[in-house]
Design a protein around this ligand. Structure first.
Ligand code: TEU
Length: 587
């Protein structure tokens, strides 16, 4: 693997709507991000990804873009973007924007033109079909119809529920494809003209000084054509998009062209949101000169999810989590550099998911904090680029959901309807939402315990997590034992030139892999060996050491009032509940 400038960096995701509001409208904005750049710099962040701020009706919170060359006024202006780029540059920071090109908004002018003339030039920018009420192959047992009887070209279920086909506004028998929400019509990448439009736009942004992109939902740009039905996997008669993606061939041709025409000439940093990739495709995606610089590892976020509904999603145990971490490391090896996360704007909070909720409920406060730091440590030092999602650095948790009326996220509302249709009780459905909802990550950043959590002086667009009076940055900055100050230590250690070579490029070797609820591994290079070891239980345990300890590099219970002195011998260490160490070994 060739070394790259970004391998030793720390990346951070901002969800602009919920980061920091400077004008009191309850919506975070670009001036707010500029104001907080020093905060991020001080934390140790180098690369900042902004979830979409382009002009948008915000039906899917900006992942539905109506103008790729404009900024939504709720977030700010193009001048704000230019200022952000300049201010980031002054601080040696890199701004990455979201590239959402599987689909646009139904309010984009391309789509409006396509509606006016489906058979014209812009009709070719989308997947439009003129349908009949009689099936072309009436013997296709899986065929589904629109509510008014038109036979749909395929029975795929959109990611947000319901069929992927929707009636084209202004027409009786024309339909368009949307694999996400109906306000997100899919762009037709088979059309070279559409691809040219995308490349022009990407280059326009890169020429502005953007470091690169996080690339949204990109695997979906290649459809398995011609459209066909698959065996339904729910009683709605539809089938998950994932099934179609198994059959889709040739996404690499589009991605290679995108790279060669845009990213490569600009030496852009890119991170793909890639699900459903085929294992043998990894080198093509993130190997040297791959389609992307990096891509997210989602093995633990998708673990245990079910097509049947959110109530069927399984909770992940520490051993399953460890299995995901380790098998990814094994799979990727030296092929490339993955991007590691414990949460993002589509996921529940990592501390509410990867620390057993039953432990979180009963543990004393100090152990809960230790557990949050333990999780941070174990994902931070595996091979790959560590990403922090806003609020993660202060240990923000899932938000209680008392009623569906409190929910904003369209994916959650769909999941709710699916569950109720299946006879799940409202109580159980609410519990499933609490565990899985995308709102969990989207509540405003908890800057302080003041009204509005220091996020806004107005009414926040999405309700605050009521926990903000206890969990907030202001209360953590001065506390050496806080989650926030621990993240600073993690970052400092990863960047410490005495260890960074090993942390970044060293081999990855699982340790005590078969011991339940111990998460431990070694990173080695040359004469250096670093052991990360976590007692991922509430109980005190003695664990063997592979070699004597030269130096304790990090201890998640240091600085805590009740942190007992470490008991280390040449052969073993005693770890209290969730105690986690990073050790340099004498080898
Ligand atoms: O997500 C793509 C995706 O497939 C999922 O993460 C999906 O949103 C989730 O499973 C639904 O519960 C990306 C964005 O990250 C997401 O916010 C957007 O909604 C989606 O694309 C559409 O642009």
């Amino acid at each position: 693997m060739e070394k790259q400038w970004w391998h030793g960096k720390i990346a951070y995701q901002i969800y602009p709507k919920s980061f920091y509001d400077t004008d009191g409208d309850g919506i975070g904005d670009l001036p707010g991000i500029i104001e907080k750049l020093d905060y991020l710099k001080d934390l140790g962040v180098d690369i900042v990804w902004l979830s979409p701020v382009y002009r948008s009706p915000l039906a899917d919170q900006g992942y539905d873009i109506s103008d790729y060359y404009d900024i939504d006024p709720r977030f700010g202006t193009m001048d704000d973007i230019d200022r952000l780029l300049a201010e980031a540059k002054k601080r040696d920071m890199y701004i990455v924007m979201d590239l959402v090109v599987n689909h646009c908004s139904d309010e984009h002018e391309w789509f409006k033109k396509a509606c006016l003339d489906p058979e014209g030039e812009y009709g070719q920018y989308f997947y439009l079909k003129k349908l009949k009420k009689t099936a072309s192959s009436p013997d296709d047992a899986f065929a589904v119809r629109s509510p008014d009887g038109y036979v749909l070209p395929c029975n795929w279920r959109s990611y947000f529920g319901g069929p992927v086909w929707e009636k084209l506004p202004g027409h009786e028998d024309w339909f368009y494809l949307h694999v996400f929400h109906k306000k997100q019509p899919d762009l037709n990448w088979e059309n070279p003209k559409l691809r040219e439009e995308i490349y022009t736009m990407v280059n326009w942004w890169l020429d502005k000084g953007l470091a690169g992109f996080r690339i949204d939902a990109i695997i979906n740009i290649k459809k398995a054509l011609p459209f066909q039905n698959y065996a339904p996997d729910r009683e709605d008669g539809l089938c998950t998009i994932g099934r179609m993606l198994q059959d889709a061939r040739g996404v690499g041709e589009f991605l290679g062209e995108l790279r060669d025409r845009t990213f490569a000439p600009h030496q852009a940093f890119t991170v793909g949101e890639v699900f459903n990739e085929k294992a043998e495709e990894l080198p093509a995606f993130i190997g040297d000169h791959g389609y992307f610089s990096s891509m997210f590892d989602f093995s633990e976020t998708v673990w245990g999810s079910s097509h049947a509904g959110w109530h069927k999603n399984k909770g992940i145990t520490p051993d399953d989590y460890k299995g995901c971490l380790f098998s990814t490391q094994d799979k990727v090896g030296d092929i490339g550099f993955l991007s590691n996360i414990i949460e993002n704007h589509d996921e529940p909070r990592g501390v509410s998911r990867y620390i057993p909720p039953q432990d979180m409920k009963i543990m004393p406060e100090e152990m809960r904090t230790a557990a949050k730091k333990a999780l941070a440590t174990v994902y931070f030092f595996v091979r790959g680029l560590p990403w922090i999602y806003q609020g993660q650095e202060i240990g923000m948790e899932n938000v209680p959901i008392r009623s569906i009326s409190e929910v904003d996220d369209i994916a959650s509302i769909d999941a709710w309807n699916v569950m109720l249709r299946q006879g799940v009780s409202e109580k159980d459905a609410l519990l499933a939402l609490e565990r899985n909802s995308r709102d969990n990550a989207r509540t405003p950043f908890q800057w302080s315990g003041a009204p509005g959590a220091g996020f806004t002086t107005g009414t926040p667009w999405l309700r605050l997590n009521p926990g903000y009076t206890k969990i907030n940055l202001a209360q953590q900055t001065g506390d050496p034992a806080s989650v926030y100050n621990y993240y600073k230590k993690l970052i400092r250690l990863r960047k410490d030139s005495r260890y960074s070579g090993t942390m970044i490029y060293g081999s990855f070797e699982p340790y005590l892999a078969d011991q339940s609820r111990v998460i431990a591994y070694q990173r080695r290079s040359g004469a250096q060996a670093i052991l990360v070891v976590s007692n991922y239980t509430k109980e005190t345990r003695a664990l063997p050491l592979p070699a004597p300890v030269r130096k304790v590099l990090l201890d998640n219970c240091a600085d805590t009032p009740a942190g007992e002195p470490l008991q280390i011998t040449d052969k073993s260490v005693v770890l209290s509940g969730y105690r986690t160490l990073v050790l340099e070994l004498d080898v």
